[in-house]
Write a protein that binds this ligand. Structure first.
Ligand SMILES: C[S@@+](CC[C@H](N)C(=O)[O-])C[C@H]1O[C@@H](n2cnc3c(N)ncnc32)[C@H](O)[C@@H]1O
Length: 368
């Protein structure tokens, strides 16, 4: 077949004009992220909340002490953020007012509600200069013939890995702290939902190790819902030394690559996405050694994204963007069911079951 006969048919006039609009959208989506960052830095969600849940641009300019001549510019930013689904607007009244949506509610500071975890630092880390520069270097990274284990574009560009307790602060201490706060906010979001949705998951479990359980926030929520479970948190010694001595959770400082405290079940919540497949196999091997046989109820519980289009295009896009986030900035990744199955089998497990969907994530039980 000649090259000429393989040429795509010329688009129609309507298709061409649509293609140009799509070209604008895909080239300029970064401006949505930057407008979003701007709204978070200005504190617009908190201002709307403090103004009773609805505010005009005039109200916002006054509340935020912005110069009056910025008013028409703020209106344009808000118009984009409404169209992007971040705020709601009401134009029935004489002047347009803006309201919070669930997403912008997550960015209000000082809300005292059980299910509220302020996501400000997640936003500020993901749109930080260092992350954006790493993403800008992606094509250069692809062209470089780097020796394995492959550094992420972030590590290759900035010379240090992300989230390394000693090395990342040498690059930028503020970035390191912002990322730590962002990860904690991200990981603690929806713990109440997980407990409500996954009540049965912990039924019959006598003891549980929360592997990489940090300061014990998840473990405390589990014990609150299931007071009979004996809960242990494993994390690095430097993290455990700052954990609250609550007398309920047993905190163990250690290294999951060397051993995991034995228990009926091991929980890995939002851990494996940070690690390569080879490292995941090593971690899972230690988890397998820590639990009894399947007949005795032994299992590893994993709460993570399971990539796939079944939840619809918006959720799938969100999952794929989270995979890009990991690819650009870490050596980790998000995984589809085949990827998960492969690492479970390599780590010596016999079977697994995706027991629940939790938004963009899945809950997987893995059996020895
Ligand atoms: C992304 S957080 C885990 C999130 C947590 N499971 C949650 O759902 O809130 C990663 C945690 O892994 C811990 N960690 C990293 N390397 C570790 C290791 N080798 N052994 C034990 N913990 C480790 C870090 O200190 C950090 O607290």
């Amino acid at each position: 077949m000649s090259a000429g006969s393989m040429t795509v048919l010329a688009p129609t006039d309507a298709e061409l004009l649509q293609a140009q609009a799509d070209l604008w959208r895909h080239s300029l989506y970064y401006l949505t992220s930057m407008a979003f960052k701007c709204a978070v830095e200005l504190g617009i969600p908190t201002a709307i909340h403090n103004l009773g849940g609805a505010a005009s641009v005039e109200d916002l300019v006054t509340a935020l002490s912005l110069p009056q001549n910025k008013l028409p510019f703020l209106r344009r930013v808000m118009r984009l953020l409404v169209t992007s689904g971040i705020f709601a607007s009401d134009s029935r009244a004489h002047e347009e007012t803006y309201r919070l949506k669930p997403l912008s509610w997550l960015l209000v500071e000082g809300v005292d509600a059980e299910d509220h975890t302020n996501q400000k630092y997640f936003v500020l880390s993901t749109v930080s200069k260092h992350y954006v520069e790493a993403a800008l270097s992606l094509a250069d990274w692809f062209k470089k013939d780097l020796a394995p284990p492959l550094p992420s574009p972030f590590e290759e560009l900035h010379g240090v890995p992300l989230l390394h307790p000693e090395k990342t602060p040498l690059l930028d201490n503020d970035l390191h702290n912002t990322v730590l706060e962002g990860v904690a906010a991200h990981d603690n979001l929806a713990i109440g939902t997980i407990m409500r949705e996954c009540h049965d998951l912990f039924r019959g479990v006598k003891s549980l190790t929360d592997c990489c359980g940090g300061d014990g926030t998840t473990a405390r929520a589990i014990v609150k819902a299931h007071p009979d479970i004996k809960c242990t948190v494993l994390d690095l010694p430097d993290v455990i030394k700052n954990a609250p001595a609550d007398g309920v959770i047993n905190y163990v400082g250690g290294d999951m690559f060397k051993s995991v405290p034995p228990s009926h079940a091991v929980l890995l919540k939002l851990v494996l996405l940070h690690w390569s497949d080879d490292d995941c196999v090593k971690i899972l091997e230690q988890c397998r050694k820590a639990i009894p046989s399947r007949e005795e109820g032994g299992k590893v519980i994993i709460i993570e994204i399971v990539l796939g289009p079944s939840l619809g295009p918006v959720m799938f896009e969100a999952q794929l963007l989270m995979d890009m986030l990991m690819m650009v900035n870490t050596r980790g990744r998000q995984r589809d069911e085949n990827d998960w199955r492969e690492i479970f089998m390599k780590a010596g497990f016999s079977d697994y079951k995706i027991v629940k969907k939790l938004g963009a994530r899945g809950v997987i039980e893995v059996y020895p």
